[in-house]
Design a protein around this ligand. Structure first.
Ligand code: AP5
Length: 237
């Protein structure tokens, strides 16, 4: 598909043992600021999956003033979910590209509605694991307001839990325009309104993880399950 934006800003050169095994297809879900992006950065490097964040994809489209960007700008600025018909085809086409078929994919922030989950199933795009990061609402505000993003690498930091390196990086990090107390209320209510319907699609492949732990602990919870899945795939089970 021409002009599609991949969120893999940072390319991995680290061929971990996991990356040489059978490719896996993953969905990662959770409330705003649950840690989806943080875990996705680690999973992308470890398993060499193609990381597609619909939030990043949409923000990049707005910044580039592409056709899609002009259509979704209003929704993004007001922290509203973009209409299903604007995002579904973009995602399904991206997942059918060769790099996703060869390396596996990690979809972050999609499906966000029942219609999006139905569309994935209709397109035959079935995840090996639905990673559900659970955090209580009380964690969300502190994580959101403290988040900082490096516009050069796309890496995410937190002023308290994971401060950016002193100097150049600390000087250039920015705060997302939707990371305000006012907008988080809307984003969180969209999440709670939709998540049960989405979960019901993936019951058999769901992995619940405790997102309140340190990011390395969260990653360990995920890795145990993914290694098991890879081994089964390798053995053709
Ligand atoms: P999107 O960018 O997907 O936003 P989101 O779902 O609200 O998720 P976030 O990116 O805010 O949080 P995260 O879970 O990735 O947390 P992170 O790892 O950064 O979507 C933005 C908008 O795009 C939507 O509102 C909507 O308008 C639109 N959109 C996107 N997809 C759509 C779709 N499919 N359909 C319709 N519209 C769509 O972590 C947060 C902070 O916490 C960071 O500072 C991090 O350092 C810190 N942190 C992370 N883990 C830990 C930990 N374990 N301990 C301590 N701190 C941690």
């Amino acid at each position: 598909m021409g002009g599609i934006i991949s969120s893999n800003k940072k390319k991995s050169t680290d061929f971990s043992p996991e990356a040489t095994k059978a490719p896996i297809n993953l969905l990662i879900a959770g409330a705003p600021a649950a840690g989806k992006g943080t875990q996705s950065e680690i999973l992308r490097d470890k398993y060499r999956v193609v990381h597609i964040s619909t939030g990043e994809l949409l923000r990049a489209a707005v910044e580039a003033k592409s056709e899609l960007g002009l259509k979704v700008k209003h929704y993004m600025e007001n922290a509203l979910l973009v209409p299903d018909d604007l995002i579904i085809d973009v995602v399904c086409e991206r997942l059918n590209q060769q790099d996703c078929r060869e390396n596996g994919w990690l979809l972050d922030g999609f499906p966000r509605t029942e219609a999006q989950a139905k569309a994935l199933a209709k397109a035959g795009l079935v995840p090996d694991c639905f990673i559900m990061i659970n955090v209580p609402e009380s964690f969300v505000l502190e994580r959101i307001t403290g988040r900082r993003v490096d516009p050069v690498t796309g890496n995410t930091y937190h002023i308290k839990f994971n401060p950016p390196p002193e100097g150049e990086v600390a000087d250039r990090v920015i705060q997302r325009s939707d990371d305000t107390e006012e907008k988080i209320v809307k984003r969180y209510s969209d999440f709670t309104a939709n998540i049960d319907a989405i979960k019901s699609f993936y019951q058999e492949v769901t992995l619940h993880v405790d997102g309140t732990k340190h990011k390395e602990d969260v990653q360990s919870q995920i890795a145990v399950k993914l290694n098991e899945i890879q081994e089964k795939k390798q053995e053709g089970k």
